[in-house]
Design a protein around this ligand. Structure first.
Ligand SMILES: Nc1ncnc2c1ncn2[C@@H]1O[C@H](COP(=O)(O)OP(=O)(O)OP(=O)(O)O)[C@@H](O)[C@H]1O
Ligand SMILES: [Mg+2]
Length: 294
């Protein structure tokens, strides 16, 4: 009997596999080159991001992660190569995406709520009444624990609060593509954990595609389906792709973080990360701390 159930289970899995629609690419970046003035930052970067994938970008400071995100957001144009989102080239159409930048990019003369309302107005025009937009803004501010700061201006908020307001704005924007540049960098550990879980929930339930930058390996592994490690090559950034070897994350964070598979994969991530960092250190430029000049 038990055996029969197992066989049936197996057949159902095969059937599900067979009827599951093919996974589409949300983003396709092909042979991207980009430089500021004559300094080359990205050289021949290619990557695909699947619909609904949670992709995390990591790598040493200055290697071009934010630059790459700005290209995906259509804020910079590549010098060569092409990026398509939903099969449409960014050369012909700006992408529909929610973004959280490293500097939060909130308008200082608007309250937290009105920063969100403005973004929604830009997207929706007059399709929704002001009151409905305000309500939506408040709902998302509450979701990131900023219910008490709805009418505060950025100048009256801490770094972590501004970051959460920027996250609320990106989520409220409602796009199925989210580009997030170190969005949790300024948060206290508890809020950070809460928002990591919120992002996982959003990614699973709403099937949004998320490209997320972080320097925190544990955060990367907890969130990602795949990690792409950027490194500084001689001719611009180079990338290494690491598939996270867990099917679907368990909701029990403690159990996952202590599990053998998590720890083994974390070693692997550190190995690749440290290699990129060591590549960057020019030993001849090391200064001996002999106290001179101090
Ligand atoms: N507007 C700009 N003009 C000229 N150079 C720039 C500009 N913005 C960034 N850069 C340079 O491009 C390189 C990549 O910067 P980028 O911000 O993409 O790095 P990053 O990987 O996001 O770093 P971090 O982890 O510190 O955020 C750096 O050398 C930086 O100095
Ligand atoms: Mg950056």
């Amino acid at each position: 009997m038990v055996l029969l159930e197992r066989v049936e289970e197996h057949d159902n899995n095969d059937l599900e596999e067979a009827i599951r629609p093919p996974i589409k690419n949300k983003i396709e970046a092909k042979n991207i080159q980009f430089g500021y003035q004559d300094v080359r930052i990205l050289n021949d970067i290619s990557m695909d991001v699947q619909e609904g994938e949670f992709l995390v970008l990591m790598g040493p400071s200055g290697c071009g992660k934010s630059t790459f995100l700005r290209l995906l957001a259509g804020l910079e144009q590549p010098n060569a190569g092409d990026i398509t989102i939903d099969d449409v080239s960014l050369q012909t159409q700006a992408p529909d995406c929610g973004v959280v930048f490293q500097d939060y990019s909130l308008f200082p003369w608007l309250t937290a709520r009105n920063n969100i309302v403005l973004a929604l107005k830009q997207k929706l025009g007059k399709a929704k009444k002001k009151q409905a937009l305000q309500q939506l803004a408040e709902d998302y501010l509450k979701l990131v624990n900023l219910g008490h700061a709805i009418t505060k201006y950025p100048g009256q908020m801490s770094g972590g609060m501004k970051q959460r307001a920027a996250i609320a704005r990106a989520l409220a924007y409602g796009s199925d593509l989210l580009l997030m540049d170190e969005p949790f960098g300024a948060l206290d550990p508890i809020t950070r954990i809460q928002l990591q879980d919120l992002m996982l929930q959003i990614s699973r339930e709403q099937k949004r595609t998320i490209v997320f930058v972080t320097h925190d390996a544990d955060e990367a592994i907890y969130l990602a389906d795949r990690i792409i490690m950027f490194g500084l090559g001689k001719e611009g950034a180079v990338t290494t792709s690491l598939e996270v070897p867990f099917k679907r994350k368990t909701t029990n964070r403690k159990k996952l973080l202590e599990s053998e598979e998590f720890l083994t994969f974390r070693d692997k991530v550190y190995e690749v990360m440290n290699k990129e960092i060591l590549n960057q250190i020019d030993e001849t430029s090391l200064v001996t701390a002999d106290g001179a000049g101090i």
